[in-house]
Design a protein around this ligand. Structure first.
Ligand SMILES: [Zn+2]
Length: 510
C-alpha cells in the first residue's frame, strides 16, 4: 500500500475541491481493525442474538444568534428511520442526556472538515456516539470522523433519507462498497474515467482526515484493489466484504426498477456489471437504499463488542415498547383562550417518558412558525402568545429509545385578550359568586354596566371539556342574575362570558 506525505498547502488545495455538494464526505478506508477482522471474522465475538443498544448524543447547531436549529420533530422522524434501518442488524440507538443546542455560525456552516473536527473536539460527550446536525458539513450530506463523530446536513436528514444510517455504518467500521473510488479513479478527480474501459487493478484515495486519529497537516493517499466480478479478490479488494458486489460509482446515482445502476461498469478482467442500489453504504439514491449485508452486519456487531465496549455498557432494555398516540384535551375546539398563561392539556400515554408539543400558527406546522416544547407531564403552560391568532397544536409521545410513535391529530384554539372587567368599556365591575359555589345552580353573575348588553357564556371543566353554555340580557345599571348551569360534579371550572367583543373569564369551584 503506497502512502505519501505532502505539506499543508497541498492538503488545503485538495480539500477545496470538496465544495460541491457530495453525498458523503467519508472516504473511510479499511481500518487496521477491519482488516484484522476480515482476515478471520469467525474469531471475533459479535454479541449474542439480542439487540444491542448504543447511546447517541445529539448536538443541534444554529447560528450565533440562535436561529436555524433542526426542529426536534425532524430529529425524531430521522431517528425513527435510523432505528428502522438498523433493526436488521439487531442494533438500536437511543438518546443519552439532553439534546445539546449550540449557537455557532462557523460550526453550523463549515466549509472544511477540520472545522467540523474542532466542533467535535469541543463538544463531544464521552462514551457515546456524537451526532451533529448542521447546515453545511463541508459541502456534504454528511461525514463521519473516526476520532470525532458524525456531522449531518439537516437537508439530507428527512424521514426517507438513509444518510444517518450510512454515516453510522462508517462509525461502526464499514467502508463504501466502492472503496478507493472516492474522488474518482484518482483521488483528486484529475483523471476522466470511462466505465466502458476495463478498470485498473487498483485505485488511489485520499483518507487524510479519516484515519483513526486526527492528522491535520499530512496528506495520506492509500491504494485499494479494485473488486472483480468473479469474487476472486473480494476478501482484499474494496471494502473487503464478499457479499457486497463490485461497485465503482462514487457519485450519487438513481437505480432502475431492479434496484440496479444504469451505468454498466467493466472490471479489470473486462467483465460487465451493474451496481446494487439497495446497499445503505453505497451511493444510490435514498429511495433505492435499505439494507446492510450479513457480512456488514457481523462486522458492525463485532466492532461494537471488540472496539467500542464503552458504547454498549448499558444494555438495559427500554421500559416499554408499546405506546399509543396522544390526544389533545384542551384547548381543542377552536376555543377562545386568554393569550397569556395558556395551559395545554393532553391525555397520558402509557410508557411515554416525555411529550413533544408542537404549536404553530400554520395548519401545516411550517418550521418558520413552529414552536416546540418538551414536557414530562401531560400539561404545558405557555407564558404568552400573539393576540387574535388561530393556533394549531399536536403532541408526540416519546422515550429515549422510541421516536416512531404517531403524532396526535391537530387541535386548534384562538388566542385573545380575555380581560378583566375594568378594562372593558361599558363594564364597571363584574364577579361570579359564591365561590366556592357548592352547587352549579348557585352560580350567579353580578355586574354593573353603563349600557345594555346581550351576553353569551360557557363553562369548561378542568380538563377543558365544554359542559355548558347560555345567553342572557344585561342592562345598564346593577344586576345580579343566575347562570343557567347544568348540574356538575365537584371540581374547578372555567366560566367565560362575552359581550360579543371582549371575553371575561374566571375560575369557579363547585
Ligand atoms: Zn460514506
Amino acid at each position: 500500500m503506497g502512502k505519501g506525505l505532502v505539506p499543508l498547502a497541498a492538503l488545503l488545495l485538495s480539500l477545496s475541491s470538496l465544495t460541491a455538494q457530495n453525498y458523503c464526505g467519508s472516504p473511510a478506508g479499511r481500518s487496521a481493525w477491519l482488516k484484522k477482522y476480515q482476515s478471520h471474522p469467525e474469531a471475533f465475538e459479535k454479541g449474542t442474538d439480542t439487540t444491542m443498544y448504543v447511546p447517541l448524543t445529539i448536538h443541534l447547531l444554529g447560528s450565533d444568534d440562535g436561529a436555524g436549529f433542526f426542529k426536534l420533530y425532524r430529529v425524531f422522524d430521522a431517528f425513527c428511520s435510523l432505528n428502522r434501518d438498523y433493526e436488521q442488524a439487531g442494533i438500536q440507538f437511543y438518546i443519552q442526556g439532553d439534546i445539546d443546542y449550540i449557537s455557532n455560525t462557523a460550526w453550523n456552516d463549515h466549509e472544511e472538515i477540520e472545522t467540523g473536527a474542532e466542533m467535535m473536539f469541543a463538544n463531544n460527550v464521552e462514551n457515546t456516539l456524537n451526532v451533529y446536525f448542521v447546515a453545511n458539513p463541508a459541502g456534504n450530506c454528511g461525514y463521519n470522523l473516526p476520532y470525532g463523530g458524525i456531522a449531518l446536513n439537516k437537508s439530507c436528514s428527512n424521514p426517507d433519507d438513509h444518510t444517518w444510517a450510512h454515516e453510522v455504518g462508517h462509525a461502526l467500521s464499514l467502508p463504501h462498497p466502492f472503496l478507493g473510488w472516492e474522488g474518482g479513479v484518482s483521488y483528486d478527480n484529475s483523471v476522466a474515467y470511462d466505465y466502458a474501459d476495463p478498470a485498473p487493478e487498483y485505485v488511489t484515495y485520499d483518507y487524510t482526515l479519516f484515519k483513526s486519529v486526527f492528522y491535520p497537516d499530512t496528506l495520506i493517499i492509500d491504494t485499494a484493489f479494485v473488486e472483480k466480478l468473479d469474487g476472486s479478490n473480494c476478501h482484499i479488494a474494496s471494502d473487503g466484504f464478499c457479499d457486497t458486489p463490485p461497485d465503482y460509482l462514487y457519485n450519487r446515482w438513481n437505480c432502475d426498477i431492479n434496484s440496479l445502476s444504469s451505468t454498466l461498469q467493466t472490471d479489470p478482467n473486462g467483465a460487465n456489471f451493474r451496481s446494487d442500489g439497495t446497499l445503505i453504504m453505497g451511493y444510490a439514491n435514498d429511495v433505492c437504499q435499505g439494507r446492510f449485508t450479513p457480512e456488514q452486519i457481523a462486522a458492525m456487531r463485532a466492532y461494537l463488542v471488540n472496539e467500542k465496549p464503552e458504547w454498549i455498557n448499558d444494555q438495559t432494555p427500554p421500559d416499554s415498547l408499546t405506546m399509543s398516540g396522544a390526544v389533545p384535551v384542551y384547548p381543542t375546539g377552536d376555543e377562545l383562550v386568554n393569550y397569556q398563561d395558556i395551559e395545554l392539556t393532553w391525555n397520558a400515554v402509557p410508557g411515554a417518558v416525555s411529550y413533544l408539543v408542537m404549536l404553530s400558527t400554520s395548519t401545516t406546522f411550517q418550521d418558520a412558525t413552529l414552536q416546540e416544547f418538551v414536557s414530562t407531564d401531560t400539561t404545558l403552560l405557555i407564558d404568552e402568545l400573539l393576540i387574535n391568532r388561530r393556533y394549531y397544536w399536536r403532541v408526540k409521545p416519546f422515550t429515549r429509545y422510541q421516536f416512531c410513535e404517531p403524532t396526535s391529530g391537530t387541535a386548534v384554539f384562538r388566542s385573545a385578550q380575555v380581560t378583566g372587567a375594568n378594562r372593558v368599556a361599558g363594564i364597571e365591575e363584574w364577579r361570579l359568586y359564591p365561590n366556592p359555589a357548592g352547587e352549579s345552580s348557585n352560580i350567579r353573575l353580578s355586574a354593573t354596566l353603563l349600557k345594555n348588553m346581550p351576553i353569551s357564556y360557557r363553562i369548561h371543566d378542568a380538563a377543558g371539556k365544554l359542559v355548558g353554555t347560555g345567553r342572557a340580557e344585561l342592562y345598564a345599571g346593577h344586576q345580579d342574575i343566575s347562570l343557567n348551569m347544568p348540574e356538575l360534579p365537584k371540581g374547578v371550572y372555567w366560566i367565560q362570558w362575552t359581550d360579543g367583543v371582549h371575553w371575561m373569564a374566571d375560575k369557579v369551584v363547585i
